[in-house]
Design a protein around this ligand. Structure first.
Ligand code: HEM
Length: 491
C-alpha cells in the first residue's frame, strides 16, 4: 500500500514537472520531446543503438534523452566521444549500477561497476600485471594452445560424423576455456555436449538481463517489486557463478596449504597479491574479479569470432586470402602460433572490420559524470548518465566510405586500430575505462579464426543470400540466428 502511494506520488510529481516544462534541465543538450512520465521510452524501442543513431541525425552529436526519472546524454560523433572519454575522462568515468547488477553479492567490489577510485585502480593494476601483460600472456601461451588443440579434435570428430557445427557455441566454449585456463589452469566447458552448460547459461542470462531495459532502473521506486523479474534472474545466475568460483578459490587455497606446486596462473598471482599487506586486495576482490572476467571476456570474444566467420563464409575470396596468409607462416603441417597471427595484416584487418561492422558492445558500458562537466556549450550535472554510441559512429557515412560493406582493406596500411585513439572506431571503448582485455581478446579471436580457416572448408546449410544478419540487443549485440556450418578437413 505504502509503495502504491509512493508510486502515485512520484507519477503525479513527474506530470507536474512535465506540465511546467521543467523536465529538461537548463544547459543540457537538445533532444526529442518525450511523453510525461515515460519520457523518450517509445523513441528507443528494442534496438536502442539504431534508434539513437537515427535521433542524433536530428538532434545533433550530443543529445539528451529522458527515460522515466533518468536523464541521459548520448554522444554520437568522434569529436564528442573524445570529449567524454579522453578530455573529460576522469569526470565522465563513473557508472550507474543497473538494478540487475545489485543482485551480485559483492557488486561494490566489481571492476566493471565501481567508480574509478583507489580500489578500482588496484584491481585494474592486478589485471594489467597478471592477465594481459605481454610477458604473462606469452608465459601462458601453451595453455591456450592446448585449448585450441581440444577444439580441433572436436571439429575432426564432427567431420567424421558429418555433423554441422554451431560456430558461436563452440567459440563460446573455447573463449571460456581460454580465460579459465589463463586464470585457473582448468577447462570449464566441453565441446561435445549438447547441454548449453552452466557457465554459458549464466553468462548468457547476465549479458541479456544486465543490458535489458529495466523499468526499475528508470523508476527506482519500483525496485522492490522487480516488475520484469530481471533482478531475480540475475540473482540466480550470479549466485551460481559465485558459488562455483568460490569452490575454485577454496580448492586452490587448500592446494597451496598442502604444498602442491604452484600453477603459475592468474589465480596464484592474485592470491600472492592478496597476501601483500601494502595492498587492499582480498579474497572477495579475487572472486568478484573472476566472475567479472567470465562475463566480460567470453560472449564478447565468441561473438566477434562468430561474426568474423560469418563474413568470411559470405566472402570466399577473403576466406582464401586469410588462409593463404596463415599458410605462409605455418606451411603444411605446422602449428599455428598465436603471437605470429598478430602480424598477419589481412587476418587482423578482417577482425577489425568485423569489430567495426558488428560491434559486440554497441553502446559501450554506460558512463556517468562524477562531477559537473562542461562539454562544449553544455553543462552536465553530476550523476548524468552518458551513452557513447560506438555502433553509430562505426557505421556513419561521414567517417566511412560505404559503411555497410564488409571491406577489410579499409584497415590495411593506415595504422587505424581499436586502441582508443580513433574515436570513430572504439569497439573496446577509450580512456581509463577502456577494456583491459584487448590483448587477450585479440589473441583468442585470431587463434580461433585462423584455426577454423586454415584447417577446414565450411559448408553453409543454406544459400549465402539466405544468411540471417539480424541481431538481438543486450549488453552485447548477438546474432539472432546461430551461425551453423559443416566442416571438411583440409589440413
Ligand atoms: C572482443 C572482445 C571484447 C570486447 C569487444 C570488449 C569490449 C569492452 C567494452 C566496450 C568495455 C566497456 C568500455 C567502457 O566502459 O567505456 C569493456 C570493459 C571491460 N572488459 Fe572487455 N571486451 C572484450 C573482451 C574482454 C576480455 C577477453 C576481458 C578479460 C578477460 C575483458 C574484460 C573487461 C573488463 C574487466 C571491463 C571493465 C573495465 C572497467 O569498467 O574498468 N574484456 N570491454
Amino acid at each position: 500500500m505504502e509503495l502504491l502511494v509512493l508510486l502515485l506520488a512520484s507519477l503525479a510529481f513527474f506530470f507536474f514537472l512535465h506540465a511546467l516544462g521543467l523536465y529538461r534541465k537548463r544547459g543540457m543538450p537538445p533532444g526529442p520531446a518525450g511523453l510525461p512520465i515515460i519520457g523518450n521510452l517509445l523513441h528507443i524501442g528494442s534496438k536502442p543503438h539504431e534508434s539513437l543513431a537515427k535521433l542524433s541525425q536530428k538532434y545533433g552529436p550530443l543529445m539528451t534523452i529522458r527515460l522515466g526519472s533518468i536523464t541521459t546524454v548520448v554522444a554520437s560523433t568522434p569529436d564528442v566521444a573524445r570529449e567524454v572519454l579522453q578530455l573529460n575522462d576522469e569526470a565522465c568515468s563513473g557508472r550507474n549500477i543497473p538494478d540487475a547488477v545489485t543482485a551480485l553479492e559483492n557488486h561494490d567490489a566489481a571492476v566493471l561497476w565501481i567508480s574509478t577510485n583507489e580500489e578500482w585502480r588496484t584491481i585494474r593494476r592486478a589485471l594489467n600485471t597478471y592477465l594481459t601483460h605481454q610477458h604473462k600472456l606469452d608465459t601462458l601461451r601453451d595453455l591456450r594452445q592446448n585449448v585450441v588443440d581440444g577444439m580441433l579434435e572436436f571439429l575432426r570428430e564432427s567431420e567424421k560424423k558429418k555433423m554441422a557445427v554451431d560456430i558461436g557455441k563452440l567459440a563460446f566454449a573455447v573463449a571460456l576455456n581460454q580465460i579459465s585456463n589463463t586464470c585457473l589452469s582448468k577447462d570449464l566447458a566441453s565441446y561435445d555436449s549438447d547441454d548449453i552448460g552452466g557457465f554459458k547459461n549464466a553468462v548468457k542470462t547476465l549479458m541479456e538481463v544486465d543490458g535489458k531495459f529495466n523499468v526499475a532502473d528508470i523508476f527506482p521506486v519500483l525496485k522492490p517489486l522487480d516488475p520484469q523479474n530481471i533482478r531475480r534472474q540475475a540473482k540466480a545466475a550470479y549466485a551460481w557463478l559465485d558459488e562455483v568460483t568460490d569452490g575454485f578459490i577454496s580448492e586452490r587455497i587448500r592446494d597451496r596449504e598442502s604444498q602442491v606446486p604452484r600453477f603459475g596462473d592468474m589465480l596464484d598471482s592474485l592470491l600472492d597479491y592478496s597476501e601483500d599487506d601494502e595492498v587492499d586486495f582480498n579474497l572477495v576482490h579475487i572472486k568478484t574479479l573472476l566472475v567479472d572476467l567470465f562475463i566480460a571476456g567470453t560472449e564478447t570474444s565468441s561473438n566477434s569470432t562468430e561474426w568474423t566467420m560469418t563474413e568470411l563464409l559470405l566472402n570466399p575470396d577473403m576466406f582464401s586470402r586469410v588462409r593463404e596468409e596463415v599458410y605462409a607462416i605455418v606451411g603444411d603441417n605446422g602449428e599455428i602460433q598465436e603471437a605470429k597471427l598478430l602480424d598477419l595484416p589481412y587476418l587482423q584487418a578482417c577482425i577489425k572490420e568485423t569489430m567495426r561492422l558488428h560491434l559486440s558492445v554497441p553502446l559501450l558500458v554506460p558512463h556517468k559524470t562524477e562531477t559537473e562537466v562542461k562539454l562544449g556549450e553544455y553543462t552536465l550535472p553530476k550523476n548524468t548518465s552518458i551513452i557513447v554510441n560506438a555502433w553509430g559512429m562505426a557505421r556513419d557515412p561521414r567517417y566511412w566510405e560505404n559503411p555497410l560493406m564488409f571491406k577489410p582493406e579499409r584497415f590495411l596500411g593506415n595504422g587505424l586500430d581499436f586502441k582508443g585513439q580513433h574515436f570513430e572506431f572504439i569497439p573496446f571503448g577509450s580512456g581509463r575505462r577502456m577494456c583491459p582485455g584487448i590483448p587477450l581478446a585479440v589473441r583468442v579471436v585470431s587463434l580461433m579464426v585462423a584455426s577454423f580457416v586454415y584447417h577446414f572448408d565450411w559448408k553453409l546449410p543454406h544459400a549465402k543470400e539466405d544468411m540471417d544478419m539480424n541481431v538481438i540487443f543486450g549488453l552485447a549485440l548477438l546474432r539472432a540466428t546461430p551461425l551453423v556450418a559443416t566442416p571438411t578437413l583440409v589440413k
